[in-house]
Design a protein around this ligand. Structure first.
Ligand SMILES: Nc1ncnc2c1ncn2[C@@H]1O[C@H](COP(=O)(O)OP(=O)(O)OP(=O)(O)O)[C@@H](O)[C@H]1O
Length: 642
């Protein structure tokens, strides 16, 4: 070890022990974090940690679109700094270098130092370094020479800036590093400006790409720069709600919220500005800039705006298939921005007033009964009864009398005045047959007759009674499989499955945040619902929801009960969601759900010849979601086996 390294280690130990230091507070705080929290030993000299090409591919795959968008910005920045000896790294939010541009002649030196594709620069592993400390603090910074924690890094100068996605989450870190540099840290000021500016451009380009189907609003306090280099960018959906924002806009709006919020996503534009969705056409480029002004509510600060409308939607686009206002309100209230749900609701809307029986399929808790109630409420039968029957819970001996009723004195123990039976109770309305897949065969035969002949014969009566019912059946089972196994009558199956509505699992829905908001609001009809801290929201968004909406409803109830009434934090959420359970507990809890899930996913992968993008397109989820599920369920594609 060289004397310079020994002196560095000595200084580190003294700062970690709490002695005064002239180092920048961001650096000294990181040194202490490395020792106290990450338990790194200052005396150990670390080798770079470079991922295998397979692991690197996994990290790159999940941010494919982002990498594509960022590349032009990276090449432009590299052209500006390469002459000064810098190389350029783009890492993911974990610190893994997923893109790299450097001098090929210096490859060996760069690799040895970790300035290379696949290198992991997380602070937990490598100690204080520009990428790792940027991730830990969310701040742009320069870690210059002996600012580094690891004594092997003290010749390096590294400058990094965070890149956020359109929902305010860290997406990547942009870094330029050099193997040698002049000693004063001030020599890196310009580097910091350049990296921050490039990070901002990548962030904006990525926002414009991700929200290309929405309105984009550019805002600036300068009339002259509003169109060319706006400070703030917002994406607004066609309902006037904020769908995305760049970092600066996020900060601007956060200030309006007093900084204590789950963020602006999903909130109406006019909550923040003196304008709403209907004003956006008057902000288009052809209107003179001085007329395009929006004022911030509260401060009254004036900003110049330019609005870019969403492109005209092609007829074949899935968004075009989304139902528009004619959708009856009870069906419209089932979902937010989720294309699969929108298609399902549009189909349901066409069925509401037909005589056709409907079969609702979906995992447990996906809202099958909720959907059935919405169909009933949207139909002309709404003023009549909605009668739910849990077919799995009906005792076999009582099925006939429960469903079809009985005459007074029909059998020993029969109530004196007879009983109407559930089918007759639903007369004029809707009979909801839940868990139909678990109905005993004998009862299926009687039910089939009711469906075919629209009449019931109560026990003890000889003449049938006509009924006018709409039947909606639901099951989480594969009914076709039940038919093959001889557990379900095929004629009943064919009568029921004329119209099948398949509810997506919650983990496949894109409108989870919308559902969370709705459930929170429903819990507090006469007061302001508590807000979710961003960490709590992240935990909810990151959970897999094997129990679907029912599990979400329970989690929200639990959180409302535990929270202080104003803000829900991760400690108010059930252990299962914030990962406080041990791995074994989680395995047990998930085992019932994950078996079927793995089977379903493998089937889908086979059907698409293991093309993840094709499945992602079909399910309308991000490719990263499919990859994550594969990893979680231990599914390895054939070309990666062995
Ligand atoms: N779109 C929705 N919006 C709000 N709450 C919903 C929605 N869908 C379902 N829920 C709520 O989720 C819970 C479970 O819904 P529901 O009972 O309809 O599910 P299910 O699929 O019929 O369940 P199971 O398979 O166990 O019978 C209920 O509390 C319901 O109110």
């Amino acid at each position: 070890m060289r004397a310079e390294q020994a002196a560095h280690i000595e200084e580190l130990c003294s700062v970690a022990a709490g002695k005064p230091t002239t180092r920048a507070p961001l650096i000294s705080a990181s040194w202490r974090r490395c020792v106290d929290r990450h338990k790194l030993d200052p005396e150990i000299l670390r080798s770079p940690h470079i991922l295998t090409s397979t692991r690197l591919r996994e990290h790159r795959d999940v941010m494919d679109a982002f990498l594509h968008t960022a590349r032009f910005g990276l090449e432009t920045l590299y052209r500006q700094v390469s002459g000064l000896g810098y190389v350029l790294l783009l890492t993911d939010s974990k610190g893994v270098t997923v893109d790299f541009i450097g001098d090929e002649a210096a490859t060996e030196d760069l690799r040895r130092t970790g300035l290379y594709l696949g290198a992991d620069w997380a602070e937990q592993q490598m100690g204080t370094c520009a990428v790792g400390t940027c991730i830990a603090t969310g701040e742009a910074l320069t870690v210059h020479r002996s600012d580094h924690f690891d004594a092997t890094h003290i010749p390096l100068t590294c400058t990094a800036a965070p890149v956020y996605d359109g929902t305010g989450r860290l997406a990547a870190v942009l870094d330029i590093s050099a193997l040698k540099s002049p000693s004063p840290k001030e020599s890196q000021h310009l580097a910091l400006q350049l990296v921050e500016s490039c990070a901002r451009k990548i962030e904006n380009a990525s926002l414009l790409n991700d929200f290309r189907h929405d309105w984009i609003i550019k805002l600036s306090s300068s009339q002259e720069f509003a169109d060319v280099d706006p400070d703030f960018l917002l994406a607004v959906d066609d309902g006037g709600r904020i769908a995305g924002f760049n970092r600066r806009a996020g900060k601007l709006l956060e200030d309006r919220d007093g900084g204590e919020t789950r963020g602006p996503i999903g909130r109406k534009l006019d909550e923040y500005f003196d304008c709403g969705i209907d004003d956006l056409p008057s902000f288009i480029h052809s209107i003179p800039t001085y007329q395009r002004t929006a004022r911030l509510r509260g401060s009254g600060e004036m900003l110049f705006a330019q609005a870019l409308p969403p492109p005209a939607k092609p007829l074949s686009s899935p968004r075009m298939d989304m139902p528009r206002p004619p959708l009856p309100e009870p069906l419209r209230a089932l979902f937010g921005e989720d294309a699969a749900m929108a298609q399902l609701a549009a189909r349901a809307a066409r069925l509401v007033d037909t005589q056709m029986s409907i079969l609702v399929q979906g995992e447990t808790g996906t809202g099958k009964e909720h959907l059935a109630k919405a169909i009933h409420a949207a139909s002309a039968r709404a003023s009549k009864a909605f009668v739910p029957v849990n077919c799995a819970a009906l005792p076999e001996t009582l099925i006939e009398s429960e469903l079809f009723g009985y005459e007074a004195g029909a059998f020993t123990g029969a109530a004196g005045r007879g009983k109407k039976g559930l089918v007759l109770e639903a007369d004029g309305g809707t009979l909801f047959l839940d868990e139909i897949g678990d109905m005993p065969l004998a009862a299926q035969t009687r039910l089939l007759r009711v469906l075919a002949e629209r009449e019931v014969t109560p026990v003890g009566r000889t003449r049938p009674v006509p009924v006018n019912i709409r039947v909606i059946a639901a099951t989480h089972r594969d009914l076709a499989e039940q038919v093959r196994a001889g557990r379900f009558r095929d004629d009943l199956y064919y009568r029921l499955n004329g119209a099948v509505l398949r509810l997506p699992a919650l983990r496949r829905r894109a409108d989870l945040e919308w559902l969370i908001d709705r459930l929170l609001a429903a819990r507090c009809p006469d007061r302001k619902p508590p807000r979710l801290s961003s960490a709590a929201m992240q935990a909810l968004l990151g959970h897999d929801w094997p129990g679907n909406i029912r599990e979400l409803v329970n989690a929200i109830d639990y959180a409302c009960a535990l929270s202080n009434g104003a803000t829900i934090t991760p400690s108010d959420l059930p252990d299962m969601i914030v990962g406080r359970l041990g791995a074994d507990d989680r395995r047990v809890a998930a085992s019932t759900a994950s078996g079927c899930e793995a089977e379903e996913l493998v089937d889908a992968l086979r059907a698409h010849r293991w093309n993840v993008s094709a499945i992602a397109r079909e399910w309308q989820v991000d490719r990263s979601t499919v990859h994550r599920r594969m990893r979680r369920l231990g599914i390895v594609p054939p070309n990666r086996r062995g």
